[in-house]
Design a protein around this ligand. Structure first.
Ligand SMILES: Nc1ncnc2c1ncn2[C@@H]1O[C@H](COP(=O)(O)OP(=O)(O)OP(=O)(O)O)[C@@H](O)[C@H]1O
Ligand SMILES: [Mg+2]
Length: 402
């Protein structure tokens, strides 16, 4: 840790270091994510074929956990390095964003943690970049989960708040205006007074070697600032921690807000049907096919959009769903989807990408697909995404749950 400053904006050296690191990470992230997709995916596939008590199962489990940690680190670095771009801000109903974040959090937390939402704000539309906002909520939620070993409760509340000139919240002067306040409270260990001034610093972590990057809250802080908002750790909260986020309300109401990305489908571990996997990179393509077969599907694969289209036209087998990579040389995901729709307008297409950012910052893209599966993914995540979409389309009968 560099010298601690209570004002996160003063840690310029840190920020420059992070910026350079961010550029570097951004450059290799795509390749790195594909490697992680292979590692994580094959580890989880391997686990399904090994007896749970065996040493090999434990080794596969360790690989899976290490790969997840690596994926976490990449995500944090990418989130931190991403530039909040004013052009990405658009009217968003934050209540829907909270719904998505809760969905992601409840899937990520395998502990016995309940999430309660009390969305009391009458007005909830903010000019926001949904990717940044979801990341902010997830970072707070994951911290809360980490502070509650075993079980616990996360409460997310919203309210509207009006400030007049000179008003202060937690010792900070807030400009006059109308705000959406989001309070996230947990029943965890709480935050000791001596570390409270440092928690928003980049790289500050108490989580020990290899566990936390210390970038979660500094990313949240940067994001709140980029939205002309504020984030506070509330004082005087007993038993656990409480964070308050203030975002300026946009003049719009919910009906004028942009739709959120389609929430990933839940449930549905196993199924039948034929899935066409289109991905230019070999490891993720082979992995997807192996995983799909393990789930009971037939899998066909194509190394490019053009080959995928040919298969779709010529294959004697009926294809029930296409799993499509977003970034490919030549015909990319969006163009391939357009051609698929020309052939079969009702064929479900699931978009798969390591660039969550790229996708979430462009909601027009997401709307064209039936679901989005971020790379790297585990077997269960693939099962849920594919199963959910097929189910929704009534394309194939579920094969029972096991
Ligand atoms: N809800 C909370 N309860 C208790 N302590 C917290 C909570 N949120 C944050 N902290 C403390 O603040 C520190 C910094 O949090 P931050 O999210 O920035 O990094 P991290 O969680 O350690 O690492 P990462 O976010 O990369 O996993 C944590 O290490 C922890 O000590
Ligand atoms: Mg954190």
């Amino acid at each position: 840790m560099a010298p601690i400053s209570s004002d996160p904006e003063r840690t310029i050296a840190h920020r420059q270091k992070l910026e350079a690191l961010g550029q570097l990470t951004g450059g290799i992230a795509h390749d790195f994510n594909n490697l992680l997709t292979g590692i994580l995916g094959y580890a989880s596939l391997l686990k399904t074929s090994l007896p749970e008590e065996s040493e090999q199962f434990e080794a596969a489990d360790y690989i899976e956990r290490a790969a997840k940690r690596a994926a976490h680190l990449t995500r944090q670095l990418l989130a931190y390095s991403r530039k909040e771009n004013a052009s990405l801000l658009r009217p968003i109903d934050v209540h829907l964003t909270i719904g998505e974040a809760v969905e992601i959090l409840s899937r990520a937390e395998n502990k016995d943690i309940r999430i309660l939402t009390r969305l009391g704000a009458r007005r909830s539309v903010v000019n926001a970049d949904p990717t940044g906002l979801i990341q902010l909520l997830i970072n707070l939620g994951v911290n809360a989960g980490d502070a509650m070993p075993g079980d616990g409760l996360i409460t997310i509340e919203t309210a509207n708040r009006e400030t007049a000139a000179g008003d202060e919240i937690e010792g900070t002067r807030i400009p006059a205006g109308e705000w959406l306040s989001i309070r996230l409270t947990d029943t965890g260990t709480g935050i000791p007074p001596e570390i409270r001034p440092m928690i928003f610093e980049p790289f500050f972590t108490t989580k020990g070697e290899g566990k936390g990057t210390g970038l979660g809250l500094s990313t949240a802080y940067t994001c709140a600032k980029a939205h002309s908002g504020f984030i506070f750790l509330e004082n005087g909260h007993e038993g656990g921690a409480s964070f308050l986020v203030l975002l300026p309300l946009s003049g719009k109401d919910s009906s004028q807000a942009d739709a959120p990305s389609p929430a990933a489908a839940r449930s549905m571990p196993k199924g039948t049907g034929t899935i066409l996997v289109i991905d230019d990179e070999e490891i993720p393509r082979r992995l997807a096919c192996d995983m799909l077969r393990a789930l009971g599907y037939q899998a066909l694969n194509a190394p490019s959009g053009a080959v995928g289209i040919e298969l779709l036209q010529d294959s004697p087998e009926k294809i029930d769903l296409v799993l499509l990579d977003k970034i490919m040389p030549g015909m990319d995901g969006t163009e391939t989807r357009r051609r698929i729709r020309e052939i079969d307008a009702a064929l479900p297409v699931v978009l798969c990408s390591g660039y969550i950012d790229d996708v979430a910052s462009n909601p027009g893209v997401l709307k064209q697909f039936d679901a989005f599966l971020p790379k790297p993914y585990k077997l269960e995540e693939l099962a849920r995404a594919i199963g959910g979409v097929l189910d929704m389309h009534g394309r194939t009968a579920p094969n029972g749950l096991d």
